[in-house]
Design a protein around this ligand. Structure first.
Ligand SMILES: *Cc1c(COP(=O)(O)O)cnc(C)c1O
Length: 372
């Protein structure tokens, strides 16, 4: 049996009749950059994320970069973040010329530990960039308390977390900025690259809109330097159609996670401690990934590949051990929980269209691996 990590064709088949007319409409209008589709998408996402403003941008990576640009964070500044994330988080900080200052993760949630943050704050610290990894929000109450106390900006990297909640509050609605990605493999993906930044404060949202178009305001007059960070109308139109299905897809992912939990609970792979399941602490986990901790991870991944099952390692090398960040002077052992997670974790197929038969097959193949 074939079980891909993600099956975007299955998703497309289910919404083809809604998407195609909208794409045709944009093409007929020949209005490709910003415009009414982007505006509508921004309003819908802002509402969905329970935040007043949203600005459509070119990608999740640029969303992070723009939030930093909007706060003039650069040379000589420090930003606190997690070493266990996708590269863009630390990459955007470094690209602005600022220094990513890492704080290790909690081994259960895989998210940054707020209780280790304050010791890393210096007079140069300007912002905290927590990541809501795998679809579960970071522990935002203590993070916001630290931010208020030290007057720091909070930029949520919510690229994996659209619609996830922490104590009833949506990702992107707690910090000063929420940065989302519409990369196709995210829970709400478009047909290429795209992203959005949410903001509570209208002046921050206005600055983002200006930065997105080269800092031009009014047109051809530049008080600040921006770039071309515009979301295009075709992508916005896709996002708007897909957003109508997002809660149903999220429910599908949650049901798949619950089914894995059930199937694993009665497996000897679990009973013998070879597999440890993800634990949900947040009030709404949207399962962008279902990530287990396992023994002999790389061998298991190979075994599953031979059986036709797609898995992924998110992420094999924590940021502090990346070659490009050698100048930060970190070494192995500096962030032990991140390093351990990088060696032990494996993401299983969790996409909404996954069938009962496929899930049972995944579990059976994992069982088989640990019986030999
Ligand atoms: C995907 C992702 C990004 C980057 O989004 P892109 O749209 O691919 O640029 C940033 N941070 C995290 C945690 C991500 O998963």
């Amino acid at each position: 049996m074939n079980v891909p990590l993600l099956d975007l064709k299955a998703q497309y088949d289910s919404i083809r009749s809604e998407i195609e007319p909208v794409l045709k409409e944009v093409i007929e209008s020949q209005y490709f950059i910003l415009g009414p589709k982007v505006k509508a998408c921004e309003e819908e996402i802002a509402k969905y994320c329970q935040v007043p403003h949203a600005v459509g941008v070119t990608s999740g990576t640029d969303a992070l970069l723009m939030a930093l640009m909007a706060e003039n964070i650069g040379e000589g500044d420090e930003v606190i973040t997690t070493p266990y994330t996708f590269f863009a988080t630390a990459g955007s900080i470094a690209r602005m010329g600022a220094k990513p200052v890492f704080v290790d993760i909690d081994p259960v949630s895989f998210n940054i530990r707020p209780d280790r943050m304050e010791e890393k704050i210096t007079p140069r610290t300007k912002a905290i960039m927590p990541v809501h990894l795998y679809g579960q929000m970071a522990d935002m109450d203590p993070i916001m308390e630290i931010a208020r106390k030290h007057k720091l900006i909070v930029i949520e990297d919510a690229a994996q977390a659209i619609g996830s909640e922490y104590k009833g509050k949506r990702a992107g609605s707690i910090g000063d900025y929420g940065c989302f990605s519409f990369f196709p493999s995210k829970n709400l993906g478009c047909f290429g690259d795209g992203g959005i930044v949410t903001a509570k404060d209208v002046s921050k949202a206005e600055k983002l809109s200006i930065l997105r178009a080269h800092g031009s305001h009014p047109k051809y007059y530049h008080k600040i330097i921006g770039g071309n960070f515009r979301l295009d109308a075709l992508q916005a139109a896709v996002v708007s159609v897909k957003l109508r299905h997002l809660d149903r897809w999220t429910a599908g992912r949650q049901a798949n996670a619950a089914r894995y939990d059930r199937l694993f609970a009665s497996s000897h792979a679990m009973k013998n401690g070879f597999v440890r399941l993800p634990v949900t602490a947040a009030s709404r986990h949207i399962f962008n990934q279902y990530v287990i901790r396992v023994s002999r991870r790389d061998e298991l991944q190979k075994h599953l590949k031979d059986k036709g099952i797609g898995t992924e390692i998110y992420y094999p090398v924590p940021m502090h051990l990346q070659e490009c960040f050698a100048y930060l002077g970190h070494k192995k052992g500096d962030f032990p929980e991140s390093e351990k997670a990088a060696l032990e974790t494996l993401a299983l197929p969790i996409y909404p269209e996954l069938t009962d038969e496929q899930a049972q097959y995944v579990i059976a193949c994992i069982q088989e691996f640990y019986s030999t």
